[in-house]
Write a protein that binds this ligand. Structure first.
Ligand code: HEC
Length: 255
């Protein structure tokens, strides 16, 4: 009987430790932002996500692709199938060959992926002073510090300290490694107009687009986490029931 109690307590402890380690994340010395999706019970704020999609489409998409994300996934942001058809149809993708065997293009459909701005890396570098604007689908996962890093990067542009000579076409950024980045500051006050009237400050746009990119890096993460919590709850409740049953059973035997 005592062993059984111990096992239950131990399981509970392990589950708790595992969950807190998962929720803690890691972002070193970067300023920590208040993300809606952080923590064990965090969920992506749908309004932020939609504003972030707007910033991505109107600003970042000029240079950065999002090539692993299908339009249909935008249902997770609360868009209807009709909305998604309209969004997708604004993009052109490769179609079938025509009767003369020549390549054609067609408007994108919900099952297609977001369209990258450049056909290949060479073209991307040629247009960006030799630097490569990385695809953004996995960027939040790929950088240590994750969302906090992306936010700090977007808001980290400053005049270079006196005495520092920036190389041609480079900008001073406090968090980018080496402090010189080939991306011009992409955000400026009032750059987009949010339909919900939220003031488009640099901080707000950085916050929204980072939230969107964090979602885009794993659109099913939220659902999976909720499922995980349900499974754990189930296991805990089941363990409690077994404990009570076990006691009762042995009581009659001993009694
Ligand atoms: C005019 C083109 C352009 C636009 C617009 C642009 N970027 Fe960039 N971005 C670049 C280039 C070029 C690089 C590569 C910089 C380098 O390696 O020095 C880059 C790099 C990055 C990186 C990677 C930094 C790292 O740690 O390696 C992130 C993150 C990023 N951009 C986010 C964004 C976001 C978010 C937006 C929209 C708000 C945006 N960019 C808009 C050109 C652009």
């Amino acid at each position: 009987m005592k062993n059984f109690t111990r096992i239950i307590l131990l399981t509970g402890l392990l589950v708790f430790l595992g969950l807190s380690a998962h929720a803690a994340g890691n972002s070193g010395s970067l300023p920590k932002q208040d993300w809606s999706f952080k923590g064990l019970f965090g969920t992506f704020d749908r309004t932020e996500l939609r504003r972030g999609l707007q910033v991505y489409r109107e600003v970042c998409a000029a240079c950065h692709g999002l090539r692993l994300l299908r339009f249909e996934k935008l249902e997770g942001l609360g868009f209807t199938k009709e909305d998604i058809k309209v969004i997708a149809s604004n993009y052109e993708v490769e179609g079938d060959l025509n009767s003369e065997g020549e390549p054609t293009t067609r408007p994108a459909e919900p099952k297609d992926h977001f369209v990258s701005p450049y056909p290949n890396e060479t073209a991307a570098r040629a247009a960006n002073n030799g630097a490569y604007p990385p695809d953004q689908t996995l960027i939040v996962k790929a950088r240590s510090g994750g969302a906090d890093y992306i936010h700090a990067l977007l808001t980290g542009y400053q005049d270079p300290p006196s005495g520092l000579n920036l190389s041609q076409g480079m900008y001073y950024n406090t968090v980018f490694s080496g402090n010189q980045i080939a991306m011009a500051p992409p955000l400026s006050e009032g750059l987009v107009e949010y339909p919900d009237g939220t003031p488009a400050t640099v901080h707000q746009m950085a916050h929204d687009v980072t939230t969107f990119l964090a979602w885009a890096s794993d659109p099913e993460a939220e659902e999976r986490r909720q499922m995980g919590i349900m499974v754990l709850l189930y296991v805990l409740i089941f363990a409690c029931i077994m404990y009570v049953l076990n006691r009762r059973l042995w009581k009659t035997v001993k009694g």
